[in-house]
Design a protein around this ligand. Structure first.
Ligand code: AVJ
Length: 343
């Protein structure tokens, strides 16, 4: 099967039915967003799902976070991936397909594609469609022989891989890639279910290269989520501007402040938006009251021990093939495998 075309067709080439389908998908996404906001702000502890951070502005702010001096995970993980690229390439084998969950700007995947023997396809899955397509267009230029098959989807929901290769299947080994410790956004129970779901999506004989953040000194953790330049604060607060714009609320972003702290009982960084005064926010016929000091919980970022991570992976049907950390022991990358024939 031919890889999907990455070029945007000229306006005249767009059929009416395609435009309608795109609009319908966009309306559906907005309706889901609105429902998630109403549900989240109606809880005793107000909360919003972190996946909504990544609109165009949020995706750019996140890329900036990854370059901050305090935000060590990206640098530590890149260090590990560079050192272990050849081993990952060997474990993938020739003609493998790489499936990335939450691909963002698709930077790290280059290290793997460079180390793999004739990779057949790259399947990025991301909720931020335009950001992903721009990244894939850049990647396609550098890897003309690799079929680029972007999937615009929320990977926290059930995802299905598009048919690829001869007979409508991914050729070679299917290798999942889930870097950045995004697994840390899930509670341990949800993370285990997600890992099992990834195993079903990738199938028998597949592999998974996954990054996760390790427990460490509280001050290091808290600085990484509350940087001096205020970029993480802007990233957190951008969620309110996005809600105003896309679902018509009237948040005053200046009425909230960014808060990030390590919850040692739960082993997680929590991000919140704290109301600096008593205030009310309207959204259509809905009305949300905030006491002064009340927070919206916007993200969890779990920190693991290697053993705790491996216990989750095992419960989800994966076994360890390799485990690597950076020299400081701040971040880890696991290579996992499932039993069975490839293909
Ligand atoms: C993309 C979920 C891995 O938890 O470290 C960075 C998101 N939030 N700074 C993380 C994030 C604030 C990031 N993940």
């Amino acid at each position: 099967m031919a890889p999907v075309s990455l070029a945007t067709p000229p306006a005249g080439a767009r059929t009416a039915s395609r435009d309608t389908a795109e609009h319908r998908a966009a309306d559906e996404a907005t309706a889901l967003f609105r429902a998630d906001v109403i549900f989240g702000l109606s809880q005793p502890q107000k909360a919003l799902p972190p996946k909504y951070f990544y609109d165009a502005a949020g995706s750019r702010l996140f890329d900036h976070i990854c370059r901050l001096p305090e935000y060590y995970p990206t640098r530590c993980e890149l260090e590990i991936l560079k050192a272990r690229a050849a081993e990952i390439g060997a474990l993938a084998g020739p003609g493998a397909s790489l499936v990335e969950f939450g691909s963002g700007s698709s930077i790290k995947v280059r290290l793997l594609l460079d180390a793999m023997a004739e990779p057949a396809a790259y399947v990025p899955i991301d909720i931020s469609g335009p950001h992903m397509r721009a990244a894939v267009a850049r990647l396609a230029e550098a890897y003309p022989a690799v079929a680029m098959v972007p999937v615009e989807a929320d990977f926290t929901q059930a995802v299905r891989l598009p048919p690829l290769g001869e007979g409508g299947r991914l050729e070679g080994r299917r290798v999942g890639f889930f870097p950045g410790s995004t697994i840390g956004n899930f509670t341990p129970e949800a993370a285990t279910s997600f890992l099992a779901h990834v195993g079903e999506v990738l199938g028998d004989g597949s592999a998974l290269v996954i990054g996760f953040d390790l427990a460490k000194d509280r001050a290091v953790l808290e600085a990484a989520y509350d940087d001096r330049a205020g970029i993480t604060a802007a990233f957190n607060l951008n969620l309110l501007s996005r809600i105003n714009r896309e679902v018509g609320a009237d948040f005053d972003p200046g009425g909230f402040r960014h808060k990030a702290f390590f919850n040692g009982t739960e082993n997680r960084i929590e991000m919140h938006l704290e109301s600096v005064r008593e205030q009310a926010v309207r959204m259509g016929r809905h009305h949300f009251a905030f006491a002064r000091g009340e927070t919206i919980h916007t993200e969890n970022s779990y920190k693991f021990s290697v053993d705790a991570f491996l216990a989750m992976a095992r419960h989800a049907g994966w076994r360890q093939r390799a485990m690597w950390t950076d020299p400081k022991g701040w971040f880890a990358v696991a290579a996992l495998e499932r039993e069975g024939e490839v293909g």
